[in-house]
Design a protein around this ligand. Structure first.
Ligand SMILES: *Cc1c(COP(=O)(O)O)cnc(C)c1O
Length: 371
């Protein structure tokens, strides 16, 4: 049998009867929209992260859009995002009518570079525009440099929205993702560390006012009652069935995180010191959505893995500022050299809690031979 890139099957087999039961319960009670499981999940996610308010929603992208709306980011505002990310980070900014300014990433963590951000903020202010928010991304599951970014943001009086779509479960000095910025978003897309059986997401914040706004925006800008609309909103609820599935998966999540760490440790040990291979520097505790290497011989490694029928994926073959729809947007004046180099050198290897040592050894052998 082939090695899966992300092994969702092993988890499903293990949890299937409990998930079937949980789905059956929702069908029985019939509260498909905002049923009791949604609120139970929000409580459990708050317990898990230690964050005061959790607002579940329809996707990681909608979580970003809702957060921008709740913070009041709108036309004319500038929002700073790394270009080395999934397109949704920038897309959410466009969808609220604001302007994107692309920032470069650090060459060791591949996450937003604070110096590049500082320069971009300065450039924006000099151009007479409003620096409204920054969205650092926790790429591959590794929390971004929030210490520096929060400081820069406070000085510039702008909001920080952490795009934790890949990093749910990650932490910095014991502080879990969800508490590292004023607002944090995540995604429950099936392939993310905590995934449901469809689309889903959540927003985390300690701010009661922001949480109240998010809850209103999630349902068409609802006011005191269902047909009282006090602001513009969205249809951005998490389905009760998805919440029920996530409740089951959350029970094994902590254990799965440890299993991911074990897999990551084995990769790191095998690749340590290998000529021509670079690993992402782990300056925080990653949720290990991906295990990513970078190499000048990336294409050769990719081809060798393919020949051995081992899947690998390039996240991302194009930076967002290189995408047709985003070419005309502003970039930091110093350019994006690190990002433009990374798109040519990164490669993500099979990663999941259930990756066996045997399969992992095959991956390692092929990578080392081709590197
Ligand atoms: C997956 C992802 C998103 C979007 O999440 P969806 O649930 O698919 O909308 C946003 N940002 C990043 C960095 C992601 O990886």
């Amino acid at each position: 049998m082939g090695i899966p890139f992300i092994d969702l099957k092993s988890q499903e087999v293990q949890l299937r009867s409990r998930i079937d039961q949980a789905i059956g319960k929702v069908i029985d009670h019939g509260a498909f929209i905002m049923g009791p499981e949604v609120f139970e999940l929000e409580e459990k996610l708050a317990d898990y992260t230690g964050c005061r308010n959790v607002v579940t929603c329809s996707s990681g992208t909608d979580a970003l859009t809702m957060s921008l709306m709740a913070i009041g980011v709108s036309a004319g505002d500038v929002v700073f995002v790394p270009s080395f990310t999934f397109v949704a980070t920038a897309e959410a900014v466009i969808s609220v009518g604001a302007e994107v300014c692309f920032v470069d990433v650090d060459s060791d963590t591949y996450n937003m570079c604070p110096e590049s951000l500082e320069r971009a903020v300065h450039q924006t202010v000099m151009a007479g525009k409003k620096a409204a928010a920054v969205i650092p991304v926790d790429l591959y599951g590794l929390p971004a440099n929030y210490n520096s970014i929060n400081t820069i943001a406070t000085k510039a009086r702008m909001a920080v929205i952490a795009d934790g779509a890949q990093s749910f479960g990650g932490s910095v000095d014991g502080r879990k993702v969800g508490n590292l910025a004023g607002v944090t978003t995540t995604s429950f897309f099936p392939a993310k560390p905590l995934g449901c059986f469809g689309d889903g997401g959540a927003v985390f914040t300690d701010c009661e006012d922001t949480a109240a706004l998010l809850r209103s925006i999630r349902v068409h800008g609802q006011g005191a009652s269902k047909y009282d609309n006090v602001r513009f909103g969205m249809t951005a609820r998490l389905d009760t069935i998805q919440a029920a599935i996530l409740l089951v998966k959350l029970e094994v999540f902590a254990e799965e995180l440890e299993m991911r760490q074990t897999v990551a440790n084995r990769y790191q040990a095998a690749f340590a010191g290998a000529a021509g291979l670079q690993l992402v520097e782990q300056k925080a505790t990653s949720a290990w959505a991906q295990f990513t290497i970078s190499s000048d011989r990336r294409d050769r490694i990719y081809a060798s893995l393919r020949e051995s029928e081992i899947p690998s994926v390039i996240y991302y073959p194009k930076a967002v500022h290189q995408q047709d729809a985003y070419r005309t947007f502003t970039c930091v004046s110093s350019g994006l050299p690190v990002t433009e180099n990374l798109v040519k050198s990164v490669l993500s290897l099979p990663m999941s809690p259930y990756l066996t040592c045997h399969d992992q050894d095959r991956v390692i052998e092929v990578v080392l031979r081709a590197a």
